[in-house]
Ligand binder design. Sequence first.
Ligand code: ADP
Ligand code: MG
Length: 290
Amino acid sequence: MSSMTKGIVAANLTQTYSAGRKIWGPRESFHAVDRVNLTIAEGETVGIVGESGSGKSTLGRMIAGIENPTSGSVTFWGQPYAKVGTPEWRRQRRDVQVVFQNPAAVVDPRWSIHAQVKEALSTHERLPTLEADDRAEAMLDMVGLGAMGKRLPHQLSGGQLQRAVIARALVLNPRLVVCDEAVSALDVSVQAQIINLLLELRERLNLSLMFISHDLSVVRHISHRVGVMHAGRLLEIGESSTLFDRPRHEYTRRLLAAIPADSPRLRRQRDMQSFGGASVASTPISPALS
Ligand code: ADP
Ligand code: MG
């Protein structure tokens, strides 16, 4: 797909971290992400699953352009990513937004959510105040928070706050949104609402989405294609239904069969209200699947 210009092309992406130093001898390093090739087309949602520590978030940060790879490259609608921190990099920032797990950690507790959405706009565009107000309001409307713009973060529920964070990300009209465990901290019913919101916004705005989650049923529901990370490698990637119904790798089969090791309450909720996704059976392949 090297001729594809509309979308993201990651080639041989590798991230090497230091693993600390033995008392004597050289610093040891390991590949958190190891020679990953991945494309995300315009309007496409690619899900990434894998155990805790498999390199999902590191891959996401490199695809989002907020961390330089040790080697390899990311091309974004035909343009290579600039080095983190350069003026060119700052210009590229508005086209890629990231939504993390914990919305409370990324908002300013002292500002209304309207003010924060508006602020996101004004860091990238010089706009007359009235126009910025209008666009912030329209965006909050779109995520179902039209009546709540004046509220402070602590006056919102977790789900509402994540909607506000999504509004702040999307008001910039990005091409790509990287969601890293974006619904993992929310109750299952709220997760479903946020997923539906993302599905709706994706259509309306023709977004490309990278959707990282350890929750396989959520990933299956939202993704066109799904990739499986294991020890820094992209083990396999394929159409969502194909991957879930006919995984090629034994590792993927075991991953699909494993119960996410979260609370018994969440597990019960998931059993009762599944997204129609992965089977729930057998033993986890690792103590922590998150
Ligand atoms: P996942 O999101 O799949 O849980 P991560 O990408 O967070 O995996 O981490 C992959 C591996 O890289 C882990 O072993 C983790 O401890 C390590 N790692 C992640 N970020 C850093 C960092 N900034 N410095 C050193 N090691 C890191
Ligand atoms: Mg992670």
